[in-house]
Write a protein that binds this ligand. Structure first.
Ligand code: 16G
Ligand code: MG
Length: 557
């Protein structure tokens, strides 16, 4: 049996590839202007079917989203059977298939793939898809489904979850690939199934610790709002939430002056919060597809500011609690639970960060005796590194992250026989956290619930959480260059290997600043080079950032 030539040709004619456009499956899948992507989604659909057939009919996921990018952008991500990111070898196939210019080029590329990977086309296949609120989502979904049906013919099982968050699709893929009792225990592969799973775990963990003050959540005018509307009544007895950034009917509003990226990169409050957030109240911002979250608050009084020589009296000063702060909070809390359960010798916790992690957070974790690994930017790198620990906590500073419990850890906790009531309580909490925390991918909703559980148990407000360490002042700059691929890195993106000689100059600049640290890397999602600089003082970070920016410009001209 060969590939269905007529159906593929027909589908290709319906969604032809724009000539001269090159697509690339990057850090977070395909991402570009939504209007150019229909041919790519068609091919993603075909590839998803082939991946499923290759894996004995196990379910593959496709999410249509451009995350924190503007509303006119869109993208697509393939999800592997355990809910994880697509196997890297298939990323290259995705790029090849997306760039086949004509129907005959596409047929050739697909046939080659089927032959070289010995894919048995008679096998059944199964694909789950979802999309965020972007206006181009509907047409791209049509193209995707046409691709799935063209390749999968009558035997493909296709489930369209509709408008859902990215983590929901990851979860649903994982659930769908479980059978019988296992699936029942894990949760049903729908948005409602997902939300009720995490709401149940959350309510259980919050028993006796109900939050009295509400959490204000900025939904980035995106799909997170739809999910939170469903979740809100499910958790209202444990945690009152107030939603802002809820305008999902106006496409222009998506990620505009709101959302995790706006808050993290600008280190500022979303304007919609200005009249709502009270000093000392907790707030967080999701991004457009709800897979990342950052917290923040306005100070109530004095706070520690080494750059200003110690305690300063302020009220209403914006303070960011980013992915690094979430990682330190989660790792510290889970570490304590493991010790309380008497499992400190058995279960090793590790933290995974990227070069963007603030130097103070890394120092704080190391001082607490936790191993910390640095890996290149992008969720897949962090996820894989975190899988090596019994309990792996990973977060990017920008708020992408989760906590992974290894299968052995889950078994140990399931079979654990406590010797004391304190051990019993701690083990129950750990088991609850496994259900609460998305094990397939980071999820803004599950992550903010995790933070709320920890704060409620510690009886902490945001200021107590923030007091753990003081971020080193830092700057993140974007530099346009002629060819970003001329910038190559090693050592988890912390050092440049090319252009030749540049790293030595960068080292020399960095040495001039107390606690100076800087690195340069090509963006995986935009046509630019990013510069990160941190130093012990605000002016130092600004000066170092500027000097490195000048260096990049000199080396790229
Ligand atoms: C993508 C990545 C994110 C990373 C960002 C870096 C996923 C799901 N998302 O959004 O983890 O922080 O790219 O972007 O992997 P950059 O390469 O443009 O700096
Ligand atoms: Mg996102």
């Amino acid at each position: 049996m060969g590939i269905p030539i007529d159906k593929i040709t027909e589908a290709c004619d319906r969604f032809p590839k724009q000539q001269g456009v090159t697509f690339s499956y990057g850090t977070a899948g395909f991402r570009t202007k939504g209007a150019t992507l229909a041919s790519t989604l068609l091919r993603v659909g075909m590839l998803a079917v082939l991946r499923s057939k290759k894996l004995d009919g196990r379910t593959i996921g496709v999410m249509i989203t451009a995350s924190h990018n503007p509303a006119e952008d869109n993208g697509a991500k393939l999800i592997d059977p355990r809910g994880e990111m697509l196997d890297p070898t298939w990323e290259a196939y995705a790029t090849t298939v997306a760039n086949a210019e004509t129907a005959s080029d596409l047929l050739k590329a697909l046939t080659q793939l089927v032959d070289s990977l010995k894919i048995d086309l008679t096998k059944s296949s199964s694909v789950i898809c979802g999309r965020d609120t972007r206006p181009s989502g509907n047409e791209l979904n049509d193209a995707l489904q046409m691709g799935i049906k063209a390749m999968g013919q009558e035997t493909v099982e296709l489930v369209d979850l509709g408008v859902v968050t990215t983590p929901c699709v990851h979860y649903a893929v994982k659930s769908r690939n479980l059978k019988g009792e296992e699936r029942k225990a894990y949760g049903e592969p729908t948005l409602e199934g997902y939300l009720s799973k995490i709401a149940d775990a959350f309510n259980q963990l919050m028993t006796g610790r109900q939050s009295t003050s509400s959490l204000v959540i900025d939904c980035a005018n995106g799909v997170g709002f739809s999910a939170l509307e469903i979740l809100k009544p499910m958790i209202s007895s444990s945690l009152p939430i107030e939603l802002v950034g809820t305008n999902i009917d106006d496409p222009a509003a998506l990620n505009s002056n709101c959302g995790a990226d706006y808050v993290k990169t600008g280190q500022r409050l979303p304007p919609a919060m200005t009249d709502i957030l009270k000093p000392g109240q907790r707030a967080c911002s999701l991004d457009g597809d709800a897979d990342r979250v950052v917290f923040y608050y306005l100070t109530t009084g004095s706070h520690n500011a080494p750059e200003a020589g110690g305690q300063v009296q302020t009220e209403g000063k914006f303070r960011l609690l980013d992915g690094d702060k979430i990682a330190t909070l989660a790792a510290g809390y889970i570490g304590d639970l493991v010790k309380q359960a008497g499992l400190g010798d058995k279960l090793k916790i590790g933290v995974v960060q990227t070069a963007y992690a603030n130097g103070s957070s890394t120092a704080y974790l190391r001082n607490a005796g936790l191993p910390v690994r640095c890996v290149p930017t992008g969720v897949k790198h962090l996820h894989h590194a975190a899988e090596r620990y019994d309990i792996g906590v990973y977060f990017e500073a920008n708020g992408h992250g989760t906590v992974l419990f290894s299968p052995e850890t889950i078994d140990i906790l399931a079979q654990f026989e406590p010797s004391t009531p304190a051990q019993d309580t701690a083990a129950k909490q750990l088991r609850g956290l496994i259900s609460l925390i998305n094990q397939a991918v980071g999820d803004a909703i599950s992550d903010f619930l995790l933070v709320e559980v920890i704060l409620a148990h510690k009886r902490w407000g945001p200021e107590e959480w923030d007091a753990g360490y003081e971020d080193l002042p830092n700057r993140l700059l974007k530099v346009s260059v002629a060819d970003r691929n001329a910038f190559k890195t090693e050592d988890a993106e912390r050092k440049l290997t090319s252009p030749e000689g540049m790293q030595a100059e960068l080292d020399e600049l960095t040495r001039k600043f107390e606690k100076g640290r800087s690195f340069v890397r090509p963006s995986g999602t935009e046509d630019c080079v990013r510069v990160y600089a941190e130093a012990s003082t605000e002016p130092g970070a600004i000066q170092l950032g500027k000097a490195v920016q000048d260096l990049v410009e000199r080396y790229s001209s």
